[in-house]
Design a protein around this ligand. Structure first.
Ligand code: NAD
Ligand code: GLY
Length: 364
């Protein structure tokens, strides 16, 4: 393997490797090593497919001479992460004649990764999926750990499955074409790892804000590898989120409620999570956990990355609270939040009083 390529191993019952570095999408031999059968479906979206799908299809076809490679393309954006898109993929796999040894390559951001991963989880009760993340967010979070899902109007990711990939290839050269807003969104999930489990990483991020925003190769590779190492360490111990994996949802109960309330057409996931982390930190302060200084430092770091840190105007606190009740992280006993103990530590707290949550939402 090329010296510029870093790897992170994800252990557990179904181990796999995350490869991180430039040029991976052109390495047909490495991609094709995961093709077992005669059907390869590359799933992508209308922004990513014109940039990269042909390259991937050609690289795969050259190496998998026995297989037929088909590319399918969905409309870009969260609004495509639906049961309708899922049904479309099921019909395409049926028309393709895909057998149980077929392989899906998810080429795109988290929307494509979640959707194509869910299709792979369901087609014939489960076929192989290889994740080819092209957003920073997908490289550091959604392509790793096997969570796949689609959204409903009622809530984010409500229909899905755990379906780990066979492999993840994070081709960092694809970040060259990633819009700045999407880069910032990915940085929100990077900050999350520092916030919940790595003070040194938070300090490193503080120093490297400018380099990361300038897409400095070395800084991005370091941030991706460190983030993936954190995610791998957690998901290999708790693949089905019975315990510590829930900590990865820091900021997500608020964030998902914002995304759903905006009809999946407002803030993107990373932006909503950034606001969610600020609100979760404030809630933690109100409940006597993190200090106000900790919460301010987190907010300031997210702001330096150009991320929003306050609720957008027009969102109603009661409506957001109602959304949170349907979040997967809510339990019968009441609202459950990942709360923050200050830099580097977080915990799951059940039965958080509505009044405390509403106070934080109303303060915005
Ligand atoms: P996305 O997939 O919508 O991608 C963002 C935008 O960037 C899209 O318009 C896309 O077409 C475009 N794009 C992607 N790569 C590009 C590139 N290299 N060059 C140019 N444009 C490019 O959004 P996302 O932020 O990657 O993912 C968000 C989704 O991930 C949400 O649905 C969220 O729920 C999910 N998610 C899942 C997990 C998980 O564990 N499964 C974790 C975190 C987030
Ligand atoms: N993004 C949260 C998780 O994978 O568990």
């Amino acid at each position: 393997m090329n010296a510029a390529i870093r790897t992170v191993e994800v252990g557990g019952a179904q181990p796999y490797r995350i490869a991180i570095g430039p040029g991976l999408l052109d390495d047909g031999a490495m991609l094709a090593a995961h093709v077992r059968g005669r059907h390869v479906l590359v799933v992508s979206d209308t922004h990513v497919a014109p940039l990269y799908a042909q390259r991937v299809a050609v690289a795969l076809q050259e190496q998998s001479t026995q297989a037929q490679v088909m590319v399918t393309c969905l409309a870009a954006g969260e609004a495509s992460k639906t049961l309708d898109s899922f049904a479309e993929l099921m019909r395409e796999l049926a028309d393709f004649g895909a057998t149980r040894d077929a392989c899906v390559f998810a080429l795109g951001g988290g929307v494509i990764g979640d959707l194509a991963g869910f299709a792979a989880a369901c087609w014939m009760r489960g076929i192989d999926v290889v994740q080819l993340p092209t957003t920073l967010l997908a490289m550091v979070d959604s392509s790793v750990g096997g969570k796949t899902a689609v959204d409903l109007a009622q809530g984010k990711n409500l229909v899905g499955a755990f379906h780990p990939p066979r492999a993840v290839f994070a081709d960092t050269s694809t970040l060259r074409t990633l819009p700045e807003r999407e880069l910032r969104a990915g940085l929100a999930e990077v900050v999350k790892y520092g916030a919940i489990r790595d003070v040194d990483f938070l300090d490193w991020l503080d120093v490297h804000v400018d380099a990361l925003l300038a897409k400095d190769d070395a800084a991005l590779a370091e941030a991706i590898a460190r983030s993936c190492a954190h995610k791998a360490a957690i998901v290999e111990r708790d693949p089905f989120e019975h315990g510590e994996r829930a900590l990865l949802n820091f900021g997500h109960t608020f964030g998902h409620a914002i995304e759903t309330e905006q009809g999946y057409g407002g803030l993107n996931h990373g932006e909503a999570v950034a606001i969610g982390m600020v609100l979760a930190a404030r809630l933690s302060t109100a409940l006597g956990l993190a200090t106000a200084d900790d919460a301010d430092r987190l907010r300031a770091l997210l702001a330096r990355f150009g991320l929003p840190t306050a609720l957008p105007t027009g969102l109603d606190a009661d409506a957001l609270l109602a959304r949170m009740r349907l979040d997967k992280k809510a339990a019968a006993s009441g609202l459950r939040f990942v709360l923050w103990d200050g830099a580097g530590a977080a915990r799951v707290v059940s039965g958080v009083p509505d009044a405390a949550v509403l106070d934080v939402l109303r303060a915005g």
